[in-house]
Write a new protein. Structure first.
Length: 138
């Protein structure tokens, strides 16, 4: 049994997700001089390298949001809760990175592997931002 059909399906899913996320860049993030790719550039991204530039910009934005949400939540916790959050966040970062490595390994050796990795990092980071913001409201 060959893995090629699975890789083809995975590649198609990644491309669909990329198109959806590229559209979201313009709507979800304000453009700044620190963003290497504009929403228009990302909308027209046709090569793997152009998509990686866009996804890297999306990841950088998500990482900044994560750091802000984490710092904001820390300000509302007592010392015991802060320590538990630090432990949980460290475990989450290790899980996120390991999961992204696994997901990209499904396209190992292909040009989409790095794109899958950064896409996974981005989506998991965005989900974690939502979790931390939700916890901050409680």
């Amino acid at each position: 049994m060959t893995m090629f059909p699975h890789r083809l399906v995975l590649a198609r899913l990644v491309l669909i997700l990329m198109l959806m996320s590229i559209t979201a860049i313009g709507a979800a993030s304000p453009q700044s001089s620190s963003t290497p790719a504009s929403a228009n550039d990302c909308k027209d991204a046709a090569t793997t390298s152009a998509m990686r530039v866009c996804e890297n910009a999306r990841y950088d934005f998500a990482q900044r949001e994560l750091n802000a949400a984490y710092q904001s939540l820390l300000q509302h916790l007592d010392s015991g809760q802060k320590q538990k959050l630090r432990v949980a966040q460290g475990a989450w970062v290790r899980f996120r990175d390991a999961n992204a490595a696994f997901e990209s390994s499904l396209a190992q050796g292909g040009t989409l592997a790095p794109l899958i990795r950064i896409g996974s990092l981005t989506e998991m980071t965005r989900a974690r931002v939502s979790e931390l913001k939700k916890a901050n409201l409680q």
